[in-house]
Design a protein around this ligand. Sequence first.
Ligand SMILES: Nc1ncnc2c1ncn2[C@@H]1O[C@H](COP(=O)(O)O)[C@@H](O)[C@H]1O
Ligand SMILES: O=P(O)(O)OP(=O)(O)O
Length: 170
Amino acid sequence: MDIKSLIRNIPDFPKPGIMFRDITTLLQNPDGLRGVIDLMAAVCAPLQPDYILGMESRGFIFGTPLAYKLGVGFIPVRKPGKLPGAVYSVEYELEYGTDRLEMHQDALKEGDRVLIVDDLIATGGTAQAAAKMVQQAGAELVGFCFVVELLALGGREKLPNVPIISMVEY
Ligand SMILES: Nc1ncnc2c1ncn2[C@@H]1O[C@H](COP(=O)(O)O)[C@@H](O)[C@H]1O
Ligand SMILES: O=P(O)(O)OP(=O)(O)O
């Protein structure tokens, strides 16, 4: 299956100079949706995660069916103020300014094997923030899986030394 052909490219969104890789066209294609989740499951299964951790919101779209397919739990990492329990909170750099992600403190325990999933890695700041929370919880980070990797931005250089898997690269 040609995943790349199902991802739409929208220039200058959300601001001039950004080529937005729009995964909505992949999601609405039945073969594309099934194919990408099946592929992610096949390449990630050997990492033997206990949990998939996905970042709001596009990380939820791919992370939850992946967790279902692998027969493991899903942990949502959310934008600030959305989770009701005690949270770990990590600030990370955006192109302009900063943002913050949160995860329930009781979502993970020491030794849990965690795979971080998102739709796309660009500068790597989002994935790095999620990895910090896994480490704060004392859990074991077993890898990252992205549908799209933007190679020129070098995001993987920010991430810990674990397998980093992407389905398509630009
Ligand atoms: N070019 C992009 N197209 C679609 N989505 C993007 C793009 N660049 C960033 N994103 C979203 O931002 C985060 C990852 O950004 P980092 O710079 O790696 O933190 C990811 O969740 C994308 O949905
Ligand atoms: O569009 P989202 O919600 O997936 O968030 P972000 O662009 O911050 O990754």
